[in-house]
Design a protein around this ligand. Structure first.
Ligand SMILES: [Zn+2]
Length: 80
């Protein structure tokens, strides 16, 4: 059995498509349906090595986003 295991908890990994939020050149972008391996136990995500390149290529291709969302931003310093 060569099933891959989570590096954090040794849980079983499952191929899924996930939503990833990341910063790119000072702007937050959301990428949906990104292939990843997700730990069934702790939820840790592992991306294939070529996924980073795929995301950069997608952004740099100036493809129109499927939609644009407004994001609410909170400042924890106001309550802490
Ligand atoms: Zn895990």
């Amino acid at each position: 059995m060569n099933e891959q295991r989570c590096l954090m908890c040794q849980g079983a990994l499952e191929a899924q498509r996930v939503t990833r939020i990341q910063e790119y050149q000072g702007r937050w972008i959301v990428i949906e349906n990104l292939p990843a391996l997700v730990c069934r136990q702790c939820g840790e995500r592992y991306y294939m090595p070529d996924i980073h390149d795929l995301v950069v290529r997608l952004i740099q291709s100036h493809t129109e986003p499927v939609r644009t969302e407004t994001v609410a931003v909170y400042d924890a310093a106001q309550i802490a």
